[in-house]
Design a protein around this ligand. Structure first.
Ligand code: SAM
Length: 497
């Protein structure tokens, strides 16, 4: 997702997201600590009612201005139960206008520490620990949150106390997602947090006073999870002139909620990297009074939105259903499609002449990448489509003059003939049905829950997530069905040239 932007003057920034590939078990609640977290006051402030939260947002706006930042005087702060705090236009504004600009010293980042010998004990410890985590900014955030009189306190006090991301779900709620790619990833992240909290405490156990990066406060999986969630849901990637990226938390700017049709975008002026206002939010369109000031967090699937941000988008065009390419699963789909015969060779044991093509598709071999997707404009992953076409081929000669690109697209209606194409489409459709049946509840069950549950509840979020996956699978089946029907209209199988 990172964009190479070193050569452009103003670069659009993307949200950061969680470190891919980490993971977990539900973190234990905050336990005993040598000293109490500053969270006493932090948590009290987090229980502020709506009006106070909005007021704190306005205080943050003022702090940014006092620190030399620019905030358009029409920036309003609102709160809703669904999106939390957000920014809105309190006045009309033309497109292409700067709304917020931050000076260089306001973003919270983990600065590149190039001279380890000159570091304080506390910074050296933090650096050592940070080298073990992909998102080291979380540690910096925790260190600042622990520090009395932190420069960033006006910002940190505005951060949510809790996040609705799945690492904070109960074990049962995680399992209720019924979607193995996300369930596994969440469990992996939780495991990481538990392990890493042990490491952090071991590395700091005999450190006292100012030398302690977290002011002698014990860091448990829950506080680490809080920090990682704050970073995954709020940090942006910024770039320097060398194109090196760095994660930063951008006070006030990170109160903008997400939309795939955003009203603003965030720009980084690389040529001004050393001057005052180097990150700014600019309107994409004319704003009317009450228009939310939203940013596009990126072309993110619901899996990423759920795991990193704690919300999902209905009818998200970037969403997919992820599967592991597996001969047995394809056999089950072939069986469900009524295409399995007693003399059928299992898809788990491809013929030797089929293997080289499957290897070229990177679906067999020790370094194979077995993750394939359903959904999207073509309904299925090109590699899955190609693999099924190959697996249904009966004669090596069928595959001789076919290139890999053709096999992976719908460009040629029947690259291996009408019969094979029909089988492929029916198998893919049955595969979608098999995956759909994996969910223990129906689309109607979900609808019933969705109307009953509070839209800000975890139950609602989990149900909506499952509901959207099921809807996607039904759409895939409808798309494949219409392809089968259009095949019926083909009298002559086009010859490959
Ligand atoms: C960068 S913060 C935006 C400010 C945040 N609303 C707050 O209260 O501080 C991102 C978080 O806002 C919420 N959010 C942003 N866009 C959303 C959307 N379109 N729908 C639901 N929640 C959204 C999610 O909780 C997400 O993790």
């Amino acid at each position: 997702m990172a964009m190479a932007m070193a050569s452009v003057e103003k670069s659009a920034l993307l949200k950061l997201g969680f470190f891919p590939g980490l993971a977990a078990r539900s973190p234990s609640p905050a336990t005993t600590s040598k000293r109490r977290w500053r969270s006493g006051s932090f948590f009290r402030q987090q229980q502020m009612h709506v009006q106070a939260k909005v007021g704190a947002g306005l205080d943050l706006r003022q702090w940014v201005q006092q620190q030399g930042g620019f905030v358009w005087d029409g920036v309003g702060v609102v709160q809703s139960s669904r999106e939390g705090v957000g920014l809105v236009a309190a006045k009309p504004l033309a497109a292409g206008t700067t709304i917020i600009a931050l000076p260089h010293h306001l973003p919270l980042s983990f600065p590149p520490l190039q001279q380890p010998h000159s570091l304080s004990t506390s910074d050296a410890l933090l650096l050592g620990l940070a080298q073990k985590v992909p998102v080291r900014l979380g540690l910096k955030l925790l260190a600042e949150r622990a520090k009395e009189g932190s420069f960033w306190w006006p910002y940190i006090r505005m951060l949510p106390q809790t996040f609705s991301i799945p690492i904070f779900f109960s074990g049962q709620q995680i399992n209720e997602l019924h979607y193995p790619p996300v369930v596994q990833q969440v469990k992996k992240r939780c495991r990481f947090l538990l392990q890493f909290s042990t490491e952090v405490n071991k590395a700091t156990e005999n450190v006292l006073g100012e030398n302690h990066p977290f002011q002698e406060q014990q860091v448990d999986a829950s506080s680490l999870g809080w920090a990682m969630a704050a970073v995954s849901s709020r940090a942006f990637r910024t770039y320097n002139l060398m194109g090196t990226d760095n994660a930063m938390m951008l006070p006030l700017i990170d109160l903008c909620n997400h939309s795939f049709q955003p009203t603003a975008r965030i720009l980084q002026d690389l040529t001004l990297a050393k001057t005052e206002k180097f990150i700014e939010v600019v309107t994409e369109e004319k704003l009317e009074v009450g228009t939310p000031i939203s940013l596009n967090y990126g072309a993110l699937s619901n899996d990423v939105l759920l795991m990193d941000y704690g919300f999902i988008v209905a009818q998200n065009l970037h969403d997919r259903v992820e599967l592991k390419f597996d001969g047995l699963l394809l056999d089950a789909a072939r069986f469900a499609a009524g295409l399995y015969q007693s003399n059928s060779v299992s898809f788990s044991s491809p013929a030797p002449w089929q293997l080289p093509i499957l290897a070229k598709l990177n679906l067999v071999g020790s370094n194979a990448s077995l993750q394939v997707m359903l959904g999207g404009p073509d309904h299925v992953d090109g590699r899955l489509l190609a693999a099924l076409r190959v697996l249904y081929a009966e004669d090596p000669a069928d595959l001789q003059n076919i290139d890999l690109i053709t096999l992976q697209t719908w460009k040629v209606a029947t690259p291996l003939g009408l019969d094979i194409e029909r089988k492929v489409l029916k198998t893919l459709s049955a595969l979608s049905a098999v995956v759909l049946n994996y969910f223990p509840t129906t689309i109607q069950d979900d609808k019933d829950v969705l109307v009953k549950e509070d839209s800000s509840s975890t139950k609602h979020l989990i149900t909506l997530f499952c509901h959207e996956k099921k809807r996607l699978l039904v759409n895939v089946m409808a798309g494949l069905k219409s392809r089968v029907s259009s095949l019926g209209k083909i009298d002559n199988v086009p010859q490959m040239g």
